[in-house]
Write a protein that binds this ligand. Sequence first.
Ligand SMILES: [Zn+2]
Length: 283
Amino acid sequence: MDGRIQSCRYRLLFKFMSLSILAALALSCRIDNSVQPDEPNQSESTLPVIDIISENCESRDGHGIDMIVLHHTGSSVDAFRIAHFFQDLNAQVSAHYIIDRNGAIIRSVPDNLSAWHTGNSFFDGSDNVNQRSIGIELCNLGDNSEDFSYDQVESLIKLMADISRQYNIPSTRFVRHRDVAVPAGRKIDTADNLDVAAVYASVENYIVSGFLDVPPAAPVSRSLSRENARLYKVVKGDTYEYISWLIYDSPALADSIRTANQNRDLIPGDSLYIPENPFDLFE
Ligand SMILES: [Zn+2]
């Protein structure tokens, strides 16, 4: 009898405890739910971005996004003018984002599409660099004479952190155009005075700690030889279209290069004048 009463008490106690645990779980779920909307949604960019969309893009053809490629524009013009240049269908070039000297970010191509920014390139066993990457252009002369501004590098770090978080891209897959361009040496961006190692470390740190540290410009031990960058030695089989592709990732500047070289025939061994900055062709 006592035993039955006792076991009945235990059962009641057990039932009470079970209900309490369930109630506590339900409460904690409610608390979790109520907190969630206030947490930052890491799958969406919180950065202010201006859309000036280019149609110079294509499907990623099933490739996931697992790289970030940095460029400089090699030009004195601002991000708006670059964005409008990317809208020119004849230009056949684009990048996903352009960061102006004042830190403003323009989006030119949506992330889910492949932009045309790397040309012939290769990285980690793949030549589909455009289809796997997000391309970011930094407005800068690109000859080490102009600092990448504090505001610009701050926006770059925030944007890279956003992209890195969204697509789970490790810092080992942050690269400069010159790191992936084929043949090696075809591209010089980004210029040496952007300390990319420090930028990549800042991106990682910002993701982990939320602390944003904008590194100073890198000391430049040697300046790029503009003379060498401006000369192209013609080889057998060259055409102006091919040279335009090779230097600027686009055939669109072939006529401008031809004009800049007095319409001369391409003779192997001759040197051509190739402006380092393609916008010089339009000035
Ligand atoms: Zn580039």
